[in-house]
Write a protein of this length. Structure first.
Length: 387
């Protein structure tokens, strides 16, 4: 990889093929995939219907520009809106780009509608992307190091602390941006009622609520979108990761009266919502809804969590297991960053965040038998590591 920039500490394996929850390397070795491309391939690898939709579209047209009407965009936007909240959707290519779009929307909305803002409150431990504005929004100092000057207009508040939030809001603030469950931050689930309190607080103070559903969206938590557990609605929601089941596509959905502050020329993306990306997203959403994949995720997530909790009694070094659907964090007392590498020898793909949290985000179609296999392998790995 001499000619590729050295921005990842890559594991010594090249994955060349996948099917469902399994992937294969170039030498034919197989692995149970508990990473799913980091919460992306929610329907499993090479899903035949998504692959077929892509092949069919590839034979017709890859790309044509947003200078022209792209009928598939309307289908995907309708599916998002009908299954979340009444919204208008902008399409882009990644999570960071979706959050950038949301940040621009907040700023434009505040300038046009409100005396407040356009500052945005985000939270300690949050992750919103690697572009300059989303980096600035991210509540983790380590990712910002060396990139000053960062765009202004963000204030970080302690995650889970309603009083801290109340104290931080002044007339410079126009919105609150939060992940329903923090993923990169270590699978941190907010205290019960927290998101509802934030929603009410936003309503009282005329603030917009932006939900970053890049990781929690598309069935991951056992609902199509993470906020659906909370009985609230966002004003703006961002999506990416699972939306194309591996094909790059992101989206910003906003309440119609918020969305209307964007007009022709306010925002754009050459590739955003191109026919190929829309074919993938349309097939993915259709399957997700038709087959109630979020329901399946709820059930399997509970089963896997149960298995892990039983295993936990054998490991004094596991402090806590946090889970919502198939977004699971095994919080250990010590650094376990070497586990993903050791896991390769056991035929399983694992991911660690924040040094001490084993994050499990497998395809949502994982079977109970595969869950048992994962628990058995994780148990062995943690034992070998003395956890
Ligand atoms: C919650 C959240 N927001 C934004 C992003 C950034 O997405 P992308 O890497 O597609 O730019 C991520 C990526 O991990 C994420 O988890």
């Amino acid at each position: 990889m001499k000619h590729v920039m050295n921005t990842y500490s890559r594991l010594p394996v090249a994955l060349v093929r996948g099917s469902g929850c399994r992937v294969w390397d170039e030498k034919g070795g197989s692995y149970l995939d508990m990473v799913a491309g980091i919460a992306v391939c929610n329907l499993g690898h090479a899903h035949p219907r998504v692959a077929e939709a892509l092949k069919e579209q590839a034979d017709k047209m890859f790309h044509c520009s947003n200078l022209y009407r792209i009928p598939l965009q309307d289908d995907v936007a309708r599916m998002i809106s009908e299954n979340s909240f009444e919204s208008r959707v902008f399409f882009c290519n990644s999570g960071a780009e979706a959050n950038e779009g949301a940040i621009k929307l907040v700023r434009r909305y505040c300038h046009e509608h409100s005396r407040k803002g356009p500052g945005i409150i985000t939270f300690t431990g949050s992750f919103h992307g690697r572009t300059l504005a989303t980096l600035s929004a991210t509540g983790q100092e380590k990712v910002k190091k060396g990139f000053a000057p960062l765009p202004e207009g963000f204030k970080t508040v302690e995650f889970g602390d309603m009083d801290a939030l109340r104290g931080a809001v002044d007339d410079s603030i126009g919105a609150i941006m939060i992940e329903p469950v923090q993923g990169e931050g270590g699978v941190r689930i907010p205290p019960k009622g927290y998101l509802k309190n934030i929603r009410e607080f936003c309503d009282e103070h005329g603030l917009l609520l932006v939900l970053d559903e890049v990781q929690t969206g598309m069935g991951r938590t056992g609902e199509l979108f993470g906020y659906l557990h909370e009985g609230i609605q966002p004003d703006i929601m961002t999506l990416a990761k699972g939306l194309g089941n591996g094909f790059p596509v992101g989206a910003v959905a906003a309440r119609p009266d918020v969305a209307e502050v964007f007009g022709p020329g306010s925002h754009a993306s050459t590739f955003g919502g191109n026919p190929l990306a829309m074919a993938a997203a349309s097939a993915t959403l259709t399957i997700m809804i038709e087959q109630d994949i979020p329901g399946m995720c709820r059930e399997t997530g509970a089963y896997l969590t149960q298995g892990l909790k039983e295993m936990m009694s054998l490991h004094s070094g596991i402090r806590e297991i946090r889970s919502r659907g198939l977004m699971i964090g095994i919080q250990c007392d010590t650094d376990i960053s070497s586990i993903p590498r050791d896991a390769l020898e056991k035929g399983i793909l694992l991911n660690v965040v924040q040094g001490s949290v084993l994050r499990l985000v497998p395809p949502l179609i994982i079977t109970r038998r595969e869950c048992d296999e994962a628990v058995e392998k994780i148990d062995k790995l943690l034992k070998e590591k003395g956890v």
